[in-house]
Design a protein around this ligand. Structure first.
Ligand code: GRF
Length: 195
Protein backbone atom coordinates (compact mmCIF):
# COMPACT_ATOMS: atom_id res chain seq x y z
CA UNK A 1 0.00 0.00 0.00
CA UNK A 2 3.00 2.40 -0.08
CA UNK A 3 3.96 4.82 2.64
CA UNK A 4 1.25 5.77 5.07
CA UNK A 5 1.43 9.51 5.65
CA UNK A 6 -1.09 11.46 7.67
CA UNK A 7 -3.57 13.05 5.29
CA UNK A 8 -4.33 16.60 6.42
CA UNK A 9 -7.71 18.13 5.62
CA UNK A 10 -7.46 20.90 3.03
CA UNK A 11 -10.09 23.25 1.58
CA UNK A 12 -9.66 25.07 -1.72
CA UNK A 13 -11.36 28.41 -2.38
CA UNK A 14 -12.03 29.29 -6.02
CA UNK A 15 -13.85 31.76 -8.24
CA UNK A 16 -13.30 30.29 -11.69
CA UNK A 17 -11.74 27.60 -13.83
CA UNK A 18 -9.96 25.79 -11.04
CA UNK A 19 -7.03 24.29 -12.93
CA UNK A 20 -4.92 24.73 -9.78
CA UNK A 21 -7.67 23.05 -7.79
CA UNK A 22 -7.38 20.16 -10.25
CA UNK A 23 -3.61 19.99 -9.75
CA UNK A 24 -4.11 19.81 -5.99
CA UNK A 25 -6.82 17.14 -6.32
CA UNK A 26 -4.54 15.08 -8.58
CA UNK A 27 -1.57 15.38 -6.22
CA UNK A 28 -3.71 14.49 -3.21
CA UNK A 29 -4.81 11.32 -5.00
CA UNK A 30 -1.41 9.83 -4.27
CA UNK A 31 -1.16 7.82 -1.07
CA UNK A 32 2.12 9.45 -0.04
CA UNK A 33 0.87 13.04 -0.45
CA UNK A 34 0.18 14.57 3.01
CA UNK A 35 -3.21 16.11 2.20
CA UNK A 36 -6.69 15.35 0.99
CA UNK A 37 -8.79 18.02 -0.68
CA UNK A 38 -12.00 17.55 1.28
CA UNK A 39 -13.90 20.79 0.59
CA UNK A 40 -14.25 23.30 -2.25
CA UNK A 41 -15.87 26.71 -1.80
CA UNK A 42 -16.65 29.11 -4.62
CA UNK A 43 -18.05 32.63 -4.44
CA UNK A 44 -19.32 32.20 -8.02
CA UNK A 45 -22.01 29.66 -8.83
CA UNK A 46 -20.83 29.24 -12.45
CA UNK A 47 -17.18 28.48 -11.57
CA UNK A 48 -15.99 25.48 -13.59
CA UNK A 49 -13.99 24.38 -10.57
CA UNK A 50 -17.30 23.28 -9.00
CA UNK A 51 -17.63 20.71 -11.79
CA UNK A 52 -14.09 19.54 -11.09
CA UNK A 53 -15.00 19.07 -7.42
CA UNK A 54 -18.14 17.15 -8.32
CA UNK A 55 -16.21 14.90 -10.70
CA UNK A 56 -13.74 14.14 -7.92
CA UNK A 57 -16.52 13.46 -5.39
CA UNK A 58 -15.51 16.40 -3.21
CA UNK A 59 -18.25 18.34 -1.39
CA UNK A 60 -18.54 21.89 -2.67
CA UNK A 61 -20.45 24.99 -1.64
CA UNK A 62 -21.25 28.29 -3.25
CA UNK A 63 -21.06 31.20 -0.85
CA UNK A 64 -22.19 34.21 -2.85
CA UNK A 65 -20.71 37.43 -1.52
CA UNK A 66 -23.77 39.27 -2.82
CA UNK A 67 -25.87 37.51 -0.15
CA UNK A 68 -23.94 39.21 2.68
CA UNK A 69 -23.98 42.76 3.97
CA UNK A 70 -20.28 43.04 4.63
CA UNK A 71 -16.97 41.47 3.72
CA UNK A 72 -16.60 40.12 7.24
CA UNK A 73 -20.05 38.48 7.23
CA UNK A 74 -19.19 36.72 3.99
CA UNK A 75 -15.83 35.63 5.39
CA UNK A 76 -17.43 34.27 8.56
CA UNK A 77 -19.88 32.21 6.49
CA UNK A 78 -16.88 30.70 4.69
CA UNK A 79 -15.12 30.19 8.01
CA UNK A 80 -18.13 28.34 9.44
CA UNK A 81 -17.92 25.84 6.57
CA UNK A 82 -14.19 25.42 7.15
CA UNK A 83 -14.73 24.71 10.85
CA UNK A 84 -17.66 22.34 10.26
CA UNK A 85 -15.42 20.36 7.93
CA UNK A 86 -12.46 20.29 10.33
CA UNK A 87 -10.22 22.00 7.79
CA UNK A 88 -6.55 22.36 8.74
CA UNK A 89 -5.14 24.25 5.72
CA UNK A 90 -6.74 26.55 3.13
CA UNK A 91 -5.57 27.06 -0.45
CA UNK A 92 -6.77 30.07 -2.43
CA UNK A 93 -6.73 29.11 -6.11
CA UNK A 94 -7.99 31.86 -8.37
CA UNK A 95 -10.19 33.14 -5.54
CA UNK A 96 -10.93 36.74 -6.51
CA UNK A 97 -12.01 38.20 -3.17
CA UNK A 98 -9.98 40.18 -0.68
CA UNK A 99 -10.31 38.58 2.77
CA UNK A 100 -10.89 40.52 5.98
CA UNK A 101 -8.22 40.90 8.64
CA UNK A 102 -10.33 38.78 10.97
CA UNK A 103 -10.45 35.84 8.57
CA UNK A 104 -6.79 36.16 7.61
CA UNK A 105 -5.77 36.09 11.27
CA UNK A 106 -7.80 32.97 12.00
CA UNK A 107 -5.92 31.15 9.22
CA UNK A 108 -2.54 32.77 9.78
CA UNK A 109 0.27 30.40 8.78
CA UNK A 110 -2.25 27.90 7.37
CA UNK A 111 -3.54 29.66 4.26
CA UNK A 112 -1.77 29.83 0.90
CA UNK A 113 -2.37 31.79 -2.28
CA UNK A 114 -0.94 31.33 -5.76
CA UNK A 115 -0.09 34.40 -7.78
CA UNK A 116 1.01 34.57 -11.44
CA UNK A 117 4.19 36.64 -11.06
CA UNK A 118 7.53 36.53 -9.32
CA UNK A 119 6.48 38.41 -6.19
CA UNK A 120 7.16 41.03 -4.95
CA UNK A 121 6.93 42.12 -8.60
CA UNK A 122 3.52 42.66 -10.18
CA UNK A 123 1.11 42.33 -7.29
CA UNK A 124 -2.60 42.66 -7.96
CA UNK A 125 -5.21 41.36 -10.36
CA UNK A 126 -3.34 42.07 -13.62
CA UNK A 127 0.01 40.46 -12.92
CA UNK A 128 0.41 38.70 -16.28
CA UNK A 129 -0.53 41.79 -18.31
CA UNK A 130 1.66 44.04 -16.17
CA UNK A 131 4.71 41.77 -16.51
CA UNK A 132 4.22 41.61 -20.27
CA UNK A 133 3.84 45.37 -20.61
CA UNK A 134 6.86 46.11 -18.44
CA UNK A 135 9.30 44.55 -20.90
CA UNK A 136 10.91 42.15 -18.39
CA UNK A 137 12.39 38.99 -19.89
CA UNK A 138 11.03 36.53 -17.37
CA UNK A 139 8.09 36.06 -15.07
CA UNK A 140 6.62 33.12 -13.22
CA UNK A 141 4.47 32.25 -10.25
CA UNK A 142 4.65 32.42 -6.48
CA UNK A 143 2.95 30.56 -3.68
CA UNK A 144 2.81 32.63 -0.51
CA UNK A 145 1.22 32.71 2.90
CA UNK A 146 -1.81 34.98 3.02
CA UNK A 147 -1.49 38.06 5.19
CA UNK A 148 -3.61 41.19 5.47
CA UNK A 149 -1.67 43.00 2.80
CA UNK A 150 -2.48 41.64 -0.66
CA UNK A 151 0.16 39.38 -2.30
CA UNK A 152 2.69 40.26 0.40
CA UNK A 153 2.96 37.25 2.75
CA UNK A 154 5.99 35.01 3.10
CA UNK A 155 6.89 33.31 -0.17
CA UNK A 156 6.91 29.52 0.12
CA UNK A 157 8.12 28.75 -3.41
CA UNK A 158 8.46 30.28 -6.86
CA UNK A 159 8.94 29.06 -10.42
CA UNK A 160 10.25 31.10 -13.34
CA UNK A 161 9.23 31.12 -16.99
CA UNK A 162 10.74 33.07 -19.91
CA UNK A 163 8.78 35.84 -21.60
CA UNK A 164 9.14 35.32 -25.35
CA UNK A 165 9.15 38.14 -27.92
CA UNK A 166 5.82 37.15 -29.49
CA UNK A 167 4.02 36.38 -26.22
CA UNK A 168 0.45 37.53 -25.68
CA UNK A 169 -1.20 37.60 -22.26
CA UNK A 170 -2.76 34.28 -23.19
CA UNK A 171 0.42 32.46 -24.22
CA UNK A 172 2.33 33.80 -21.23
CA UNK A 173 -0.42 32.90 -18.77
CA UNK A 174 -0.58 29.40 -20.26
CA UNK A 175 3.16 28.96 -19.66
CA UNK A 176 2.79 30.25 -16.11
CA UNK A 177 -0.18 27.97 -15.45
CA UNK A 178 1.90 24.91 -16.38
CA UNK A 179 4.38 25.85 -13.67
CA UNK A 180 1.62 26.69 -11.18
CA UNK A 181 0.26 23.17 -11.44
CA UNK A 182 3.61 21.78 -10.30
CA UNK A 183 4.37 24.52 -7.77
CA UNK A 184 1.10 24.57 -5.82
CA UNK A 185 1.01 20.92 -4.73
CA UNK A 186 4.71 21.11 -3.89
CA UNK A 187 4.23 24.27 -1.81
CA UNK A 188 1.29 22.88 0.13
CA UNK A 189 3.39 19.87 0.99
CA UNK A 190 6.21 22.17 2.18
CA UNK A 191 3.80 24.12 4.39
CA UNK A 192 2.26 20.99 5.87
CA UNK A 193 5.68 19.59 6.67
CA UNK A 194 6.44 22.69 8.76
CA UNK A 195 3.55 21.99 11.12
C1 GRF B 1 -3.87 31.49 -11.60
O1 GRF B 1 -3.06 32.01 -12.60
C2 GRF B 1 -3.48 32.04 -10.25
O2 GRF B 1 -2.14 32.35 -10.16
C3 GRF B 1 -4.31 33.29 -10.16
O3 GRF B 1 -5.52 32.98 -10.78
C4 GRF B 1 -5.32 31.94 -11.74
C5 GRF B 1 -6.30 30.85 -11.40
O4 GRF B 1 -6.33 29.85 -12.39
N1 GRF B 1 -4.46 33.69 -8.77
P1 GRF B 1 -7.20 28.53 -12.15
O5 GRF B 1 -8.62 28.96 -11.79
O6 GRF B 1 -6.55 27.77 -11.05
O7 GRF B 1 -7.17 27.80 -13.46
Amino acid sequence: MGNSVKKHRVAVLISGNGSNLQALIDAAGKTDYPANIVLVISNKEDAFGLTRAKNAGIPSYVVNHKDYNSREEFDMAVNALLLQNQIEFVCLAGFMRILSARFVNIWKGRMLNIHPSLLPDFKGAHAVRDALNSGVKESGCSVHLVTEEMDAGEIIAQAKVPILPDDTQETLHKRIHQQEHILYPRSLELLINRH
